[in-house]
Write a protein that binds this ligand. Structure first.
Ligand SMILES: [Zn+2]
Length: 232
């Protein structure tokens, strides 16, 4: 079967149906043994090999629990990040894919008693953004790798600089508006007081008149001087 077909939700659902989800409950992680049903599981727990394993477990229960929990978490997050990266996805979809691997570490061997509890842990630890909907829990992996953080920082820097650009542009526009207002105010002041302008014009006219009257006078003077020369 091609890999893509193998991972489609339908293919996964079919495999789960074929295998029977109930079986997950009758799996012994310590012995890595799958039992068919409750009765089979009971029989297994009575077996000498299981008792030996349980003795080991009880001697360092927290160590086993921690190791199983860590492995479960690592494998689950590995699947989540590789398959979905930072896309938001239904937690149960990822879980179904996770358990479709025959060799997966079973959740009943971890400190989490339900997927909801595990999802809450992902959210608390900042491993994923989690949110509950009527369709169940959704998870979104948070990429904390140095490369992703650097990329994030670059995006934020760019956003900041574009905000700076916007503010600079806004300031320029405000300055232009202020300048335009000032100019309008100056113009209206000039229009409101037309008298000085008229007075100035009158003054100029008078000067011109004066010049006009003076010039002929000067010409007369010259004429007089000229006429005076032959007279002497
Ligand atoms: Zn066992």
């Amino acid at each position: 079967m091609p890999k893509d077909g193998f991972l489609t939700p339908k293919a996964i659902a079919n495999r789960i149906k074929a295998k029977g989800l109930q079986k997950l409950r009758w799996y012994c992680q310590m012995c890595e043994k799958q039992c068919r049903d409750e009765n089979g599981f009971k029989c297994h727990t009575m077996s000498e090999s299981h008792q030996r394993q349980m003795l080991l477990f009880s001697q360092s229960a927290s160590k086993y629990l921690d190791n199983f929990s860590r492995e479960f978490l690592n494998e689950f997050v590995k699947l989540l990040s590789r398959r979905y990266n930072t896309r938001r996805v239904q937690a149960n979809v990822v879980y179904q894919e996770y358990i479709s691997d025959r060799t997966h570490l079973h959740m009943n061997a971890t400190k989490w008693t339900s997927l909801t509890e595990f999802v809450a842990h992902l959210g608390r630890e900042g491993i994923a953004t989690v949110d509950e909907t009527p369709k169940g829990w959704f998870i979104q992996w948070i990429d904390n790798s140095p490369r992703a953080l650097a990329r994030q920082a670059a995006i934020q820097k760019k956003e900041r600089s574009s905000v700076d650009d916007e503010q600079r542009e806004k300031r320029l526009i405000e300055e232009q508006i202020a300048r335009a207002k000032q100019q309008t105010a100056e113009q209206s002041t000039e229009e409101q007081t037309p008298t000085p302008t008229e007075l100035k014009r009158d003054g100029t006219d008078e000067k011109i008149k004066l010049n006009l009257t003076l010039k002929p006078a000067a010409a007369e003077d010259t004429a007089e001087t000229k006429s005076a020369v032959p007279a002497s």
